[in-house]
Design a protein around this ligand. Structure first.
Ligand code: NAD
Ligand code: TYD
Length: 336
């Protein structure tokens, strides 16, 4: 099998590439990534010299780049490439639409033309909008996205669906909960708070801190994606849930207590506009039809993640000393 992984230099994409190289050693992997602020080849330093892995720099929203990479034939395409941070989508919605919607459509077009056997689009539970205290999102829940990020992901999902319905293209969609684990860019809640706590800096919790997310360990997600690639049915969508609902406040308290830092580092700040209250996924479909379910317990996964950030300080300190700081300073000035 030869697989094109877009966005493979980011958090989940790099974990997926490592997972495939370990678990499907006869596959050939091409990583196609624009190396935006979130793309980092250091995420793959340990596998960069593998014989069956190659990196190609390119932008999914640039027709020449996409045509160029499809100069060779692939069996599978896994589309991870995206602008992925809700807070950034408040400042640059146009970039989210360009990358996440138009980029996905360009990839679909080229993949269709070259006759791939399967195109897997990596999506998110955020496309469903926000839940109250009860209930779960299933694959047939309405799409009610509330941020420019989730609207762009929902739009991309619909374009994927249309390529299956209209052109009979072998497309599958996965919708996962919030991922956590090694190599997550330190602007997302868990790595942001771990790295700030290690630096004895305050942890800015939005609103009352009681928003709920359904946390999924990244390795479980990679296993879920591989399962859908190999056993999923064309045209179907699969929820990949973590069975780990937590409030942001609970997670923050756990991080501080594992690191032995004072709870007084918590700072409640102005809420995120359009902040979804709760996400929770019903993943019965993938469990019953493909036999996948999450394995990692949240408390164990969080400890593993914290250990990784403690043992890989150069990785995140290099990121924090770069351009990223500009976004951080602009954004948190507004949250005060
Ligand atoms: P990330 O921001 O860590 O990585 C995104 C990667 O895409 C980076 O390497 C970046 O350089 C690359 N990229 C961005 N724009 C590109 C472009 N125009 N062309 C080529 N490459 C480009 O994101 P992530 O957290 O790894 O998320 C990966 C995918 O999974 C995204 O599609 C996201 O919507 C989805 N997802 C994420 C989560 C989560 O909790 N992180 C949950 C569910 C779904
Ligand atoms: P985030 O990691 O940005 O993921 P998403 O918005 O895609 O779910 O945020 C997870 C939750 O943590 C979300 O409810 C917003 C909250 N949050 C904070 O309270 N403070 C922060 O500094 C960040 C980055 C997030």
């Amino acid at each position: 099998m030869k697989i094109l992984v877009t966005g493979g230099a980011g958090f989940i994409g790099s974990n997926f590439i490592r997972y495939v190289l370990e678990n499907r050693p006869d596959w050939e992997v091409v990583n196609f990534d624009a190396l935006t602020y979130a793309g980092n080849l250091a995420n793959l330093a340990d596998v960069a010299d593998s014989e069956n892995y190659r990196f190609v720099k390119g932008d999914i929203s640039n027709p020449d780049d996409v045509r160029g990479v499809f100069g060779e034939k692939f069996d599978y395409v896994a589309n991870f490439a995206a602008e992925s941070h809700v807070d950034r989508s408040l400042y640059e919605p146009n970039l989210f639409l360009k990358t996440n919607v138009l980029g996905t459509q360009l990839l679909l077009n080229q993949a269709l033309e070259s006759g791939v056997k399967r195109f897997l689009h990596v999506s998110t539970d955020e496309v469903y909008g926000s839940l109250g205290p009860e209930g779960y999102f299933s694959e047939i829940s309405p799409l009610e996205p509330n941020s420019p990020y989730s609207a762009s992901k929902a739009s991309a999902d619909l374009v994927c669906r249309s390529y299956h319905m209209t052109f009979d293209m072998p497309v599958v969609i996965t919708r996962a909960g919030n991922n956590y684990g090694p190599y997550q860019f330190p602007e997302k809640l868990i790595p942001f708070f771990i790295t700030r706590a290690l630096n004895n800096e305050s942890l800015p919790l939005y609103g009352d801190g009681l928003n709920v997310r359904d946390w999924l360990y990244v390795e479980d997600h990679c296993h879920g994606i591989l399962t859908v690639f190999e056993k999923g049915k064309d045209g179907e969508t699969y929820n990949i849930g973590g069975a780990s609902e937590m409030t942001n406040l609970e997670i923050t308290r756990m991080i501080l207590s594992i690191l032995g830092k004072p709870q007084s580092l918590i700072k409640f700040v102005k809420d995120r506009p359009g902040h979804d209250r709760r996400y929770a996924l019903d993943y019965t479909k993938v469990k019953k039809t493909l036999g996948w379910q999450p394995k990692m317990k949240f408390s164990e996964g969080l400890k593993k993640t914290i250990d990784w950030y403690c043992n890989n300080q150069k990785w995140w300190k290099d990121i924090l000393s770069g351009q990223y700081r500009q976004f951080y300073e602009l954004h948190y000035k507004e949250r005060k």
